[in-house]
Design a binder for this molecule. Structure first.
Ligand code: HEM
Length: 332
């Protein structure tokens, strides 16, 4: 496989008209020779030397055919990165399954009150669902690029895998843009509610109230756990967007080594953020009774709100100048 790959690059470089004269694959090829035979080049590719030459096109970096760094990078892409993904995502799934089996679903302790309170407006929910749907497709299509060849290809066969991967790559390139727009929107909507404060320390000390019955640490609109999610999404989202942009436009990225660095960062951040988002999806759906309503209808039960965001409830109830924001409704 490695041999085929190197052969492919060699043939590609030659057919592009690279004048690989005077190859500097030290010891293997005479740098002053006027032409290089195919054989000597393949021989050089098999070593750990840099294989480079002179090119007559403006992009001088194209004259470097193979570098030892490239081989390290390729080995990382094929070996360590898939492993990191499997450990991060698999580990998170195991943790959540264990948490669910031990603790079960986090219930509304006082039961549903039947009165609801508005938590997120339609525009906020639109931004969240745009962000989340694009992220999920980006994550799955990206994951396919990392482990698809070992996991999906043997299951579905070459034709289906080829089609899936081609569409996945297209989706990945195009959905990155609405993802970035939604990222900006959630920052605009929620950044003010996510500034860390002293209250967060109390929330963290009490483990978010998850481990003791009847304990509900006070929180405003977002508690410390949610603030961590928010800043991971913002930080990770910006890092993914920046490195993804560089990969889409290699000329902006600089040298091929810079491009490879961006790709490595992109992969590592994607693995970490996806693991975090799996936890978020769990707690926002099956993990906590009443939470999903906040992003579905935008209305949450008042008892849920008092148990998880007591200070926010006081705030919106006390607000007289913006009745729409904290309006409560009898449940239908
Ligand atoms: C099916 C998948 C998802 C579900 C069911 C879901 C559910 C929720 C819910 C219910 C909330 C509001 C929690 C509250 O009322 O306090 C929320 C908030 C949020 N979601 Fe999601 N979400 C999903 C996917 C995502 C994804 C993929 C991202 C980002 C890439 C994301 C980012 C956020 C952020 C930043 C917040 C605000 C902070 C927080 O509550 O943690 N969500 N989500």
């Amino acid at each position: 496989m490695a041999h085929q790959l190197t052969r492919f690059f060699a043939v590609l470089a030659l057919s592009l008209g690279l004048v690989l004269t005077g190859m500097t694959a030290q010891a293997q090829v005479n740098p002053t020779a006027s032409s290089v035979t195919e054989d000597s080049m393949f021989e050089a590719l098999g070593t750990s030397d840099t294989v480079s030459g002179r090119v007559s096109i403006p992009n001088k970096t194209a004259g470097t055919l193979i570098k030892p760094d490239n081989k390290d990078w390729a080995a990382f892409q094929r070996g360590a990165l898939p492993l990191i993904f499997v450990v991060a995502l698999g580990g998170m799934l195991v943790l959540l399954a264990a948490f669910y089996l031990i603790k079960g679903r986090v219930r509304v302790e006082h039961g549903m009150s039947g009165r609801t309170i508005e938590r997120f407006s339609a525009v906020e929910r639109f931004a969240h669902w745009t962000l989340s749907s694009t992220f999920i497709i980006l994550a799955l299509s990206g994951l396919n690029l990392v482990i698809g060849r070992s996991v999906i290809l043997p299951l579905v066969g070459e034709a289906a895998y080829g089609t899936l991967t081609a569409w996945g790559k297209l989706a990945h390139n195009f959905l990155a843009w609405p993802f970035m727009v939604a990222l900006v929107l959630i920052v605009v909507f929620w950044v003010a509610h996510n500034i860390p404060n002293k209250l967060d320390l109390v929330w963290i000390k009490q483990g978010g109230g998850l481990f003791k019955k009847g304990m509900h640490p006070p929180a405003k609109k977002f508690n410390a756990g949610q603030k961590v999610i928010f800043w991971c999404v913002v930080g990770g989202g910006v890092a993914l967007s920046f490195t993804g942009y560089m990969m889409l436009f290699p000329v902006q990225a600089g040298t091929p080594s810079d491009w490879q660095l961006y790709q490595t960062i992109h992969g590592l951040v994607a693995a970490g953020l996806t693991a975090i988002i799996i936890a978020h999806i769990y707690i926002g759906s099956v993990g906590m009774e009443g939470a999903f309503d906040a992003m579905a209808s935008g209305q949450v039960d008042e008892n849920w709100a008092r148990e998880h965001h007591s200070l926010w409830v006081e705030e919106v109830k006390g607000r007289t100048d913006a009745p729409a924001a904290g309006r409560t409704h009898p449940a239908e």
